[in-house]
Design a protein around this ligand. Sequence first.
Ligand SMILES: NC(=O)C1=CN([C@@H]2O[C@H](COP(=O)(O)OP(=O)(O)OC[C@H]3O[C@@H](n4cnc5c(N)ncnc54)[C@H](O)[C@@H]3O)[C@@H](O)[C@H]2O)C=CC1
Ligand SMILES: N[C@@H](CC=O)C(=O)O
Ligand code: NA
Length: 443
Amino acid sequence: MSQLPPIQVGLLGIGTVGSGVFRVLQRNQEEIRRRAGRGIAITMVADLDTERARGIVGDAAQVVADARAVIANPDIDIVVELIGGYGIARQLVLEAIAAGKHVVTANKALLAVHGTEIFAAAQAKGVMVAFEAAVAGGIPIIKALREGLTANRIQWVAGIINGTTNFILSEMRDKGLDFDVVLKEAQRLGYAEADPTFDIEGIDAAHKATLMSALAFGIPVQFDKAYVEGITKLQAADIRYAEQLGYRIKLLGITKRVAGGVELRVHPTLVPAKRLIANVEGAMNAVVVQGDAVGTTLYYGKGAGSEPTASAVIADLVDVTRLHTADPQHRVPHLAFQPHAMSDLAIVPMAQVVTGYYLRLRVADQAGVLAEVTGILARAGISIDAVLQREADEVGGEGSTQTDLIILTHDTAEGTMDAALAAMQALPTVLAPIVRIRKEELA
Ligand SMILES: NC(=O)C1=CN([C@@H]2O[C@H](COP(=O)(O)OP(=O)(O)OC[C@H]3O[C@@H](n4cnc5c(N)ncnc54)[C@H](O)[C@@H]3O)[C@@H](O)[C@H]2O)C=CC1
Ligand SMILES: N[C@@H](CC=O)C(=O)O
Ligand code: NA
């Protein structure tokens, strides 16, 4: 074992994740030292709430309110950014890089939006930016995409990559709890983002899908081109009907190589109930990667929470410690592909995305309605996979004059479906906005 002194780490932000990093690093320090080849010590912590920070670290590290004091400390080699957001965090990360520090961060929002600037700055300065915790928390999916699967031409990646929304969907379905009640519980458990609309509107999942698209296909991070739809408009009836048809609804982040470029999208998705990913419950995450050589691989585990996320941050600290003295030209590239070998594959517009669909139409319970609807689909060249019609009294009570028509379609382009939906919506017998949820077989 080398006699090098511990590498010194400065922690910016000691909240849910930061406190987990501190705790796990203390608890497993001997094991971690044996793996890293030298000790890893958090010697300085910055947090606006210095009293709470001191309560966590005691005498083990110097606590300051000003994050820039950590960056200015010449003894610190690695800065861990666990503040979050793209405001002050962006400035601090860029300043740390400019000061020659390696950076470890869990901040997917920052990297999905400002990654191009940050990775270029790190490349120019010869320092590393590691971000395993930024996608699917404790699951080593970044490592898998960047290192474990480098032999493959990756075809697609699809995942449950937001614990908060998966927790909400599971609890609503299993316990019949209200959306707001479950969201509060997710916040209490430390899963949710500082602004939970990032979770429920699909933005957090889109940040993570953006990072995975870059790693899988060697393209720059392009969050601005992602299609983003969250779970706030999902209705309990659709979750129930999907189950009756043999599907589960999950909020999926999907990125796929297609003829015209790369798909990048987040939306509620019907997945066959028999797939493993359809049975991922609570705050658990799962990512499926399809490579041409390896086939389908599945990564499952805790995607949020204090110690699961800390597990990924510390794995990055070990990697950075090991590579600290290596020749920068021979390090693993930030986004899996060498910076000079990035591709200009375009993100394709949603109109060109091809999926199956679940449609639910609230219609007048009268003869001929089904024929009108299926006629529109047939004229658009959209073929039907299954049709379910609820009894009127199941929908609106005894004597109801309305019923629900649920249709599963085979694959069709989104643009074609949009036009058919507009035509169906215009029918006088269609009484409410049509529900449309995309469907993926993930085979
Ligand atoms: N909580 C989770 O399960 C996961 C969180 N993340 C990411 O990890 C990062 C941190 O998240 P959490 O620990 O949950 O947040 P948090 O809100 O619990 O902790 C943030 C900490 O930063 C401190 N802080 C805020 N502004 C500061 C400043 N200017 N200088 C110094 N300290 C400052 C706050 O006082 C707080 O202690 C975020 O980027 C988040 O998206 C990633 C994966 C999972
Ligand atoms: N808010 C996120 C936390 C981890 O990235 C989630 O719920 O998954
Ligand atoms: Na991860």
